[in-house]
Design a protein around this ligand. Structure first.
Ligand SMILES: [Ca+2]
Length: 290
């Protein structure tokens, strides 16, 4: 049987104690300091962890949507142009498609194609009513929003009449963005003189100075403005036309009209409920106005 170790307290006075139970004063002091320091270090660490911990009830930060315009758009910087000797200012940058909306683009989004001249999906869509063009822009806005490419402060829409003319002129002051000479129009536009009485695939003619094609000719293009005579003797900032009106304005001339109708300043109008085979549209992108 293994003998039981004696309790040190029970040993008689003068008996030599076990060295494990006998530590010097410096050793005991060092142990005490070590324990005391460890306590405070541990407490400080817990405090730091507590400060860095996020509140358990807070929601994670929402990812910010970054604007990604359609790849076929040109950024149009804010600026001013002259209309009837008065300055018209576009105060905010916006984007404008380099091309008229094609039949292929329209059919992919709207599942129908109202055009008269078919056979090539790169031809501009025509016979679209104003309301069809507005609906296209709304569907496009929803598609791009759902895809995470369009912040809520932006929308695809038709250009205003002033935005359209500003982009058509592209910083020039002549009858056409390519100069005064209508004889050069064949390089830039499909009009009655060269169209062979039909539309043509978009983008085949030369671009204006800001990279936009077919602003002159091919198909007229709906704008968002109701028709009215321009205000006279007044400088305007971001004009949008009258709030209501019987007709909507379209711009730019077409395959069906003489080159004079394709000048930067020319305007035409039609009921928003009608579509015809020489009117289409192009899409703008900009901040939603409040
Ligand atoms: Ca056009």
């Amino acid at each position: 049987m293994k003998p039981k170790s004696p309790n040190p307290k029970d040993l008689p006075v003068g008996h030599k104690r076990n060295p494990r139970h006998q530590r010097s004063k410096p050793a005991r002091l060092a142990i005490w300091i070590w324990c005391f320091s460890g306590f405070w270090i541990l407490g400080f660490g817990v405090l730091l962890l507590g400060c860095n911990k996020k509140p358990s009830g807070s929601a994670p930060a929402a990812a910010k949507t970054v604007l990604v315009p359609l790849t076929n758009m040109a950024l149009i910087k804010a600026g001013t142009f002259i209309r009837q000797n008065h300055p018209i200012t576009i105060s905010r940058d916006f984007w404008l498609c380099k091309y008229e909306v094609t039949q292929g683009e329209y059919e992919m989004l709207m599942t129908n194609n109202p055009s008269h001249f078919k056979g090539d999906t790169n031809r501009p869509v025509e016979r679209v009513r104003y309301y069809d063009a507005v609906a296209y822009c709304s569907v496009l806005t929803k598609r791009e929003t759902d895809a995470g490419r369009l912040p809520s402060a932006y929308a695809y829409r038709l250009p205003t009449e002033a935005e359209w003319e500003y982009a058509c002129r592209a910083g020039t002051t002549n009858l056409f963005s390519f100069g005064e000479d209508a004889a050069q129009a064949d390089q830039y536009a499909w009009t009655l003189e060269n169209s062979e009485v039909t539309t043509h695939p978009v983008g085949l003619k030369r671009a204006n100075p800001w990279g936009l094609r077919d602003m002159h000719g091919n198909v007229w293009e709906w704008t968002s403005d109701c028709f009215a005579d321009y205000p006279t003797n007044v400088a305007l900032v971001d004009p949008t036309g009258p709030a209501e009106g019987k007709y909507k304005v379209f711009r730019g001339g077409s395959w069906n009209h003489a080159v004079e109708f394709a000048r930067c300043r020319n305007r035409f109008m039609m009921s928003p409920t009608e579509g015809i085979y020489f009117v289409g549209f192009r899409v703008a992108l900009g901040e939603v106005r409040k």
